[in-house]
Design a protein around this ligand. Structure first.
Ligand code: UDP
Length: 371
């Protein structure tokens, strides 16, 4: 055996585990089938702008240990995510807060807003059973219809009644004037881009790109004592129990010869008719400035379209409904019976992990397994 660890996937989970293994004196090989490291947090520079190639990634966490860990590899700027919703041409503030309630109903005080929500949430009695009921019970029917229903159904390709309630609980609801999308103590974008950050995590570690583990699995398995697999768990087992469902995302990215397209990093299109879910204007993650603090004359935007994953697409979001949860549980049994392999990350664990949770989980795994 040439290596202690073969890490399949150079995304955040793989990079954290690889870094920890190397630090513990282990020999490590990282492979990735893509031509680049950093998985879905990969950024690429165009005209001085770090373009989030696999969609917007805004780092946020309440976990001080994770924050201290990640800031070893990059300095973070003070970006605060405050997306704007565009519903049929009218703009609303997100997440749901006093600005939104004022725009929606003309209410001015928190008491007025609370009573409006109270009146509208009455239609839900008992514990919310799905995303629709959860949303109405959080913010009432008006906001559900205009800011949630269309967006969610586009993003997930499923009716809100068929989606789990927890997805909408990711969003804060506040009776204050606060457009910060996250309830997080720490938030920001790594200065110099995510790719640079992951490069720092993988510093001194052998990395082979354009290298597909599953195509030559038995050869790769010979190379290392332990495999850390961060790809899709159903693909690992050759889909033998059937395919898990994922949502995929497609981006139409354009370089525009103007300095400002939409005045914000993210605008969500929450009606059903607009075919894209959101438009990202990448320069605003870094305040429209280049590395020297100069204003950038051009801009790059990405329209984001959601679709059901099919073979050949990139899987982005696990569909954590009952049916897929049950199938995952069966795959998990197979995974537990395998020897010398760790399954980790969004795809390896079929879990809607945020970046900080992925880092925490990789750190925890590394602590328990590397000796
Ligand atoms: N969501 C919504 N309207 C919005 C933004 C989000 O209804 O304008 C809902 C939608 O169901 C989405 C969920 O909130 O799936 C979580 O959104 P988040 O922004 O956390 O999703 P991500 O950025 O991970 O795609």
């Amino acid at each position: 055996m040439k290596y202690d660890y073969l890490i399949v996937g150079a995304g955040l989970y793989g990079a954290v585990f690889a870094h920890e293994a190397k630090k513990a004196g282990k020999s490590v090989l990282v492979i990735d089938k893509r031509p680049n490291i950093a998985g879905n947090v990969y950024t690429k520079e165009t005209e001085g702008i770090h373009v989030h190639i696999y969609g917007a990634h805004i780092f946020h966490t309440n976990n001080k240990q994770v924050w201290d860990y990640i800031t070893q590899f990059a300095e973070f700027n003070r970006f605060t995510n405050s997306p704007v919703a565009n519903y049929k041409g009218k703009l609303y503030s997100l997440p749901f807060n006093m600005y939104t309630f004022n725009q929606m109903w003309g209410v001015v005080t928190p008491e007025e807003a609370a009573s409006k929500i109270e009146e509208q949430r009455k239609e839900i009695t008992g514990e919310p059973q799905n995303l629709e009921e959860q949303a109405i019970s959080l913010v009432g029917r008006d906001i559900y219809e205009k800011l949630i229903k269309g967006y969610t159904e586009k993003q997930w390709g499923r009716a809100c009644k068929e989606l789990p309630a927890f997805i909408i609980k990711r969003l804060p609801v506040r009776l204050t004037f606060d457009n910060n999308y996250f309830n997080a103590l720490y938030q920001g974008i790594p200065v110099g881009g995510y790719t640079k950050m992951v490069e720092n995590m993988l510093s001194g570690i052998e990395v082979r790109l354009n290298t597909d583990y599953l195509e030559n699995k038995s050869e790769f398995d010979q190379l290392a004592e332990t495999v850390v697999y961060t790809g899709a768990i159903d693909a690992y087992f050759g889909f033998r129990l059937g395919a898990l469902e994922y949502r995929s995302v497609r981006f139409e990215t354009e370089l525009l010869d103007k300095p400002n397209f939409q005045g914000n990093a993210a605008v969500n299109y929450t009606d059903r008719e607009t075919p894209w879910t959101r438009i990202i204007e990448h320069k605003w993650f870094e305040f429209g400035k280049d590395a020297n603090g100069n204003d950038l004359p051009k801009t790059v935007i990405s329209r984001e379209y959601s679709s059901e994953w099919k073979p050949g697409d990139e899987p982005y979001y696990p569909v954590n409904d009952e049916k897929n949860g049950a199938l995952y549980a069966e795959y998990k049994k197979l995974a537990d019976a395998e020897k010398n392999i760790i399954f980790g990350g969004r795809l390896g664990e079929y879990k809607y992990y945020d970046m900080d949770a992925v880092i925490a989980s990789a750190l925890e795994k590394a602590k328990r397994c590397i000796r």
